[in-house]
Design a protein around this ligand. Structure first.
Ligand SMILES: C[S@@+](CC[C@H](N)C(=O)[O-])C[C@H]1O[C@@H](n2cnc3c(N)ncnc32)[C@H](O)[C@@H]1O
Length: 291
C-alpha cells in the first residue's frame, strides 16, 4: 500500500457521535462485574470506572500484576511482529480500547526497532476521554509526538464511525484488556471485521480462564483479596478494582471466545491453536484473520 497520510496527528482528541446499542440478553440486562444491570447503563458504569482510575491506571497496573502485564503486552506485540521494512509501504493499525497507549507505543517501537519502519501508523481509540488524555500526555514525551504515526479518537468499539474508520482500512486491529468491558462482544467483533482489510489481523489480549485448578484457586484468592485493597490504598478506589476483578470472571472461556471470533467471520487456527495462554490462562491472546 502506498503511504498516504491525510489526517493530522495530535490535532486534539477527535470525538465521535454517541449511540445506543443492543443488550447482550433477551431481558435487556447484562453483567457489570457480578451485578446484573440494564444493558443501556453498562457503558456509563464502565466509563465511570475508567474515569475514576485514569490517573492511577498505569501505577495500579504495575502494582496489581507486579509488573507482569508489561511482559504479557510485550509478548502480544512481538507475536504480531508489526511493521514492514519496505520504504513507502504503510502498515495501518488500530488499537481499540487503547487507554493510556501501552499497546500503541509497543507497536510503534517494535516497527521502528525491528523493521526500521517509521511509516506504520496507529489510530488509538477509546471511549473514555480521561484515559485518552493520559495517553496523549504520555506520547508527548516520545518521538511519535507531532508525527502522523499516532492519532487519538474518542470512540466506541461497538460502533466505530464509518466516516472516521472506513471499512477495509486496517492491516492490524488490536484490543488489549478492553473487550470484556464492552456490553456486546459480538458488536465489537463485527466492527473489527468491518474496519480490517481482507487479510488483516484481529488480535485480542484479555484476561481469561486459568486452566490449572490449583493455580486458579491461588489466583482467585489473590485477585479478590489483594487487588481491591491495592485499589483502595493506591487509587483510593476499592469499588472500581472490585469491578475489574469481577469482570474478568464474567468473560467467556478461551474456547467460547474463539468461537465468537469465528462467528464474526474471522479465520482462526483450529482447536486450542486458536489462542495462546499467558501464565496458565491468566491472560490469553486470540487472533483471527479477515478472509
Ligand atoms: C483495562 S483498560 C485497557 C487499556 C489498554 N488497552 C491497556 O492494555 O493498558 C480498558 C479500556 O477499555 C476502554 N473501553 C471500555 N469500553 C469501551 C468501549 N465500548 N469502546 C472503547 N473503549 C472502551 C476503557 O475506557 C479503558 O480505557
Amino acid at each position: 500500500m502506498q503511504r498516504v497520510v491525510t489526517r493530522r496527528a495530535f490535532s486534539g482528541i477527535q470525538k465521535l457521535p454517541k449511540r445506543q446499542y443492543s443488550s447482550s440478553k433477551p431481558d435487556g440486562t447484562t453483567h457489570f462485574g457480578f451485578k446484573e444491570v440494564p444493558a443501556v447503563e453498562k457503558e456509563n458504569l464502565v466509563k465511570g470506572v475508567f474515569s475514576s482510575v485514569a490517573t492511577s491506571y498505569d501505577v495500579m497496573n504495575d502494582a496489581m500484576s507486579m509488573g507482569v502485564h508489561r511482559l504479557w503486552k510485550d509478548d502480544f506485540v512481538s507475536g504480531l511482529n508489526p511493521g514492514n521494512p519496505k520504504v513507502g509501504v504503510q502498515t495501518r493499525c488500530i488499537d481499540v480500547a487503547g487507554g493510556t497507549g501501552d499497546i500503541a507505543l509497543r507497536i510503534l517501537d517494535w516497527a521502528r526497532e525491528k523493521h526500521a519502519d517509521r511509516d506504520l501508523s496507529v489510530d488509538l481509540v477509546d471511549i473514555n476521554p480521561n484515559m485518552l488524555e493520559e495517553g496523549r500526555t504520555r506520547f508527548r514525551k516520545t518521538m511519535y509526538h507531532n508525527t502522523p504515526q499516532v492519532n487519538f479518537f474518542v470512540g466506541n468499539a461497538q460502533e466505530l464511525s464509518p466516516e472516521q474508520f472506513p471499512s477495509n482500512t486496517y492491516d492490524l486491529y488490536t484490543i488489549a484488556f478492553g473487550i470484556r468491558n464492552c456490553t456486546s462482544v459480538p458488536d465489537v467483533l463485527r466492527e473489527a471485521y468491518r474496519v480490517l482489510k481482507p487479510g488483516g489481523t484481529f488480535a485480542c489480549l484479555e484476561f481469561s480462564k486459568v486452566t490449572n485448578p490449583l493455580f486458579a484457586q491461588v489466583y482467585d484468592a489473590y485477585s479478590f483479596s489483594v487487588i481491591p485493597i491495592l485499589g483502595s490504598i493506591l487509587a483510593s478506589d476499592r469499588d472500581s478494582y472490585q469491578y475489574l476483578v469481577e469482570s474478568i470472571r464474567k468473560f467467556p472461556s478461551q474456547e467460547d471466545f474463539a468461537q465468537m471470533i469465528r462467528d464474526a467471520g474471522f479465520h482462526t487456527a483450529k482447536g486450542e491453536k486458536a489462542w495462546q495462554n499467558q501464565w496458565g490462562g491468566i491472560a490469553c491472546v486470540h487472533t483471527g484473520v479477515k478472509l
